[in-house]
Design a protein around this ligand. Sequence first.
Ligand SMILES: [Zn+2]
Length: 179
Amino acid sequence: MGLIEAAFRFCPLCGTALRLRRVEAHELPACPACDFVAFRDPKVVVAMIAHDPAGRVLALRRGIAPARGEWALPGGYVDFDEHPARSAERECWEETGCRVVAERLEGVHHVGLPHAGLIVLAYSGPVLEGIPTTGPEALELGFFAPPALPELAFTSHREVVAAWLAARAGALGPSTLQG
Ligand SMILES: [Zn+2]
């Protein structure tokens, strides 16, 4: 990674031009005049498995990039001052018009992009109220029995659903595992 690709070229604390410095495993832009280092933190995002009493999962066809026009779970970025469970509930409300409670943390997934990383926290919980409603963020949406769930755009969301289904199958009892 060169300085051109970095978020900062000058120290935001003292204005000195940054230089690359080896910090543990990475070469990072760092200030030669003070202690500032432009660390590259992963973004934290949430994905929500919002389910109805029949075990159907709420999915939406995205109205915004990335993956506009493709199907996904409700979800999005965690604000800096927000518990991620609240982020999952908020994103579901904003995108679908459904109130959900993030009852369980289902898993932690990692998405490695060339110059960035995402940490995906997957929650599940029941929909308490609301009717799925289209809007700027959702072109189409509905509850789907898992076998009828449309192909999801994001690998992480497919992993989230697969892990959730596996956990539910396990919760039905050992007899199902023994066949
Ligand atoms: Zn500085």
